[in-house]
Design a protein around this ligand. Structure first.
Ligand code: PLP
Length: 403
């Protein structure tokens, strides 16, 4: 029978997360006995470290099983305040810090508290897949600034200046970036800051989720660190998902102007009440842990990156931009696709790779960059080597070479 249920206008605008859709298709193939190597995942392949799991057990055993304030527990907010002091030399009082069930929800809460229909939000492509939908759910529209592999995904400052005029209200910068793995350097942030100073109506979100998964020769910086005068209109978004292999625990956080953080806490109080109490205790242990806890994971991602870059660069018509961090590589396949009209575009390429090479990747269109693909190396090196062989075989078949 045909359903008579009508969805809200907001929802009809929503596109399901393409990364999750590909992971689901890959899982379907797996369950029907067709082995797939999944390079589409956006999460670490490590287990949450024991020290963190133990903190959760202790929290449960000691009765930390009730609601917390919607803004988050005081001990976790203190740990976040101390993290900002130590790592970023940024000072936030406790009422400027909010704990959310994931950085994704913190961004959603921020968009809901800040934006109105008719407002515009400036984002940089390739962008993290959820930004456009988070923005659309708030009734606002995106202005997308394109960047290109040929310029190492550098932002065109004139285009930024132009885009930031009203009705733009909000600007999101993500570094190191999902999907490119590229970090904004201090000098670039200074130039971006100089443009932002000309647009005082703009609130800035700096999405620092991959702050610690970084191996470039320059330490991490974000806009408020480089341009302290902008701190009063910056919201820093961060979380424990990627750094501490805690994606399923759902803890993220935001730090910024009190008025926004207060509104976001009120918004949370009527939507999710609070982030999970036990997970908050676990996140506190993560943030209080010694840096060595994550060194092994970061080194492993880095080694896999260094293996992949030369191997993937051998694929005809593909340009790989080495990453500064994260566990992603973004491959520019435009030349290959131009020379291979039988495939057509990046979405078809993703589907062919899944069907014929048994390798799941995410098409660049999902990140606002058609003609590219994102490969995640949150997978062990031995499997990664098999994936590379399969990719090389697929490519050779299409470019007429013998593998
Ligand atoms: C750039 C970026 N920001 C935010 C998030 C959200 O992370 P979480 O909600 O798990 O904290 C992700 C997750 O993939 C991401 O890649």
């Amino acid at each position: 029978m045909k359903s008579t249920i009508r969805l809200s206008h907001r929802l009809t605008e929503l596109t399901p997360s393409p990364t999750l859709a590909i992971a689901a298709k890959a899982a379907d193939m797996e369950s029907s006995g067709r082995p797939v190597i999944n390079l589409s995942a956006g999460e670490p392949d490590f287990d949450t470290p024991e020290l963190i799991r133990k903190a959760a057990l202790l929290a449960m055993e000691s009765g930390q099983t009730r609601y917390t304030p919607s803004q988050g527990t005081r001990p976790l907010r203190e740990a976040i305040r101390d993290k900002f002091e130590t790592d970023n030399q940024l000072h936030y009082p406790l009422d400027s810090i909010l704990i959310a069930p994931g950085a994704k929800y913190a961004l959603h809460a921020l968009a809901q508290c800040l934006l109105n229909p008719g407002d515009r939000v400036v984002i940089v492509a390739p962008y993290w897949v959820s930004y456009p939908d988070i923005i659309r759910l708030s009734g606002a529209e995106c202005t997308v600034l394109q960047t290109d592999a040929r310029d190492r995904y550098r932002l065109d400052l004139d285009a930024l200046d132009h885009a930031l005029h009203p009705p733009s209200r909000f600007f999101i910068l993500n570094s190191p970036s999902n999907p490119t793995g590229i970090q904004y350097r201090r000098a670039e942030l200074e130039s971006i800051g100089a443009i932002l100073r000309r647009h005082p109506q703009i609130v800035i979100a700096t999405d620092d989720l991959y702050e610690k998964i970084l191996w470039s020769n320059e330490p991490f910086s974000n806009l408020p660190m480089v341009c302290p005068d902008l701190q009063d209109r910056c919201v820093v978004i961060n979380g424990v998902s990627k750094t501490y292999a805690m994606t399923g625990w759902r803890i993220g956080y935001a730090a910024g102007p009190k008025v926004l953080i207060r509104a976001m806490a009120d918004f949370q109080s009527h939507t999710i009440a609070c982030a999970n109490t036990i997970a908050q205790a676990a996140a506190e242990a993560a943030l209080r842990s010694l840096p060595e806890l994550i060194t092994g994971m970061v080194t492993t991602y880095h080694n896999r990156h260094d293996y992949l870059v030369p191997e993937l660069s051998r694929l005809a018509g593909v340009t790989i931009t080495p990453a500064d961090g994260t566990f992603y590589l973004f491959a520019d396949c435009r030349t290959f696709l131009n020379d291979t009209p039988s495939i057509g575009n990046d979405v078809a390429l993703a589907s062919e790779l899944l069907e014929h090479a048994g390798v799941a990747i995410v098409p660049g269109s999902a990140f606002g960059a058609p003609g590219h693909i994102r490969l995640s190396y949150a997978i062990d090196l031995a499997t990664l080597k098999i994936a590379v062989e399969r990719l090389q075989h697929f490519w050779n078949r299409h470019t007429g070479l013998r593998s």
